[in-house]
Design a protein around this ligand. Structure first.
Ligand SMILES: *[C@@H]1O[C@H](CO)[C@@H](O)[C@H](O)[C@H]1NC(C)=O
Ligand SMILES: *[C@@H]1O[C@H](CO)[C@@H](O)[C@H](O)[C@H]1NC(C)=O
Ligand SMILES: [Ca+2]
Ligand SMILES: [Ca+2]
Length: 208
């Protein structure tokens, strides 16, 4: 009888011990879980603060400057990604006008765009503009209005020692009134009166 009691007591004791051990391992698991939650939360908070810091930095940049010009843009558009109407050739940029005007107004318009009427000083340049103008008439930066027959380039390039591409029989100073030069049929040069209205070619150095 007594022995049986003792056995029962031992059993209860064993069960209790088992329960305690189980509880201990549960606590450990809970602690580990809590720790990993804490870690995850901390990482999340840190990354969130980083993102918001970057975001506020981006917003600090004024809208105009956030469009930063990369060197790739300049490879695609040597004359500047912001001025795609300018065409690159041989270290310079050329603008072929879409409207017609007199020689003096054309000269002024080029100057407004920080450029000058084109100075055609080589056959390479002549070929380039000729291909682009396709028989249309375009003013170039050449005039003899200061002194009849003494042609001058707008940038001071010496006319007498430089390339020319006049059409045969030109310049003829027709009617004693032809003092401005333009590309004529097949790209050859002709002198015409300066108030004649035609397209024009501006030229400038590649922007730095
Ligand atoms: C654009 O990026 C270059 C580096 O690629 C940097 O030197 C320049 O300051 C930036 N300009 C602006 C306006 O952010
Ligand atoms: C002189 O040049 C003009 C164009 O500017 C042309 O129309 C005219 O036929 C030329 N005259 C002669 C005689 O070649
Ligand atoms: Ca003349
Ligand atoms: Ca002529």
């Amino acid at each position: 009888m007594d022995e049986e009691h003792l056995h029962d007591d031992l059993q209860v004791f064993k069960d209790r011990n088992f329960f305690r051990l189980k509880l201990k391992s549960f606590v450990t698991i809970y602690l580990l879980l809590a720790l990993s939650f804490l870690l995850t939360f901390t990482l999340f908070a840190v990354s969130l603060s980083r993102v918001s810091a970057i975001n506020s930095k981006l917003q600090e940049v004024p809208p105009g400057q956030s469009h930063n010009v990369s060197s790739r843009d300049f490879l695609l558009f040597p004359c500047g990604p912001g001025s795609r109407e300018w065409e690159y050739f041989g270290g310079k940029c050329y603008y072929f006008s879409l409207t017609r005007t007199s020689w003096h107004k054309a000269k002024a318009r080029c100057e407004e765009m920080h450029s000058q009427l084109a100075v055609i000083d080589s056959y390479a340049k002549q070929s380039f503009v000729m291909f682009r103008t396709r028989n249309e008439r375009f003013w170039i930066g050449l005039t003899d209005e200061n002194s009849e027959g003494e042609w001058e380039w707008v940038d001071g390039t010496d006319y007498k020692t430089t390339f020319t591409f006049w059409k045969e029989g030109e310049p003829n100073n027709s009617g004693n009134n032809e003092d401005c030069a333009h590309l004529w049929v097949s790209g050859e040069w002709n002198d015409v009166y300066c108030t004649y209205e035609c397209y024009y070619i501006c030229e400038k150095l590649v922007p730095k």
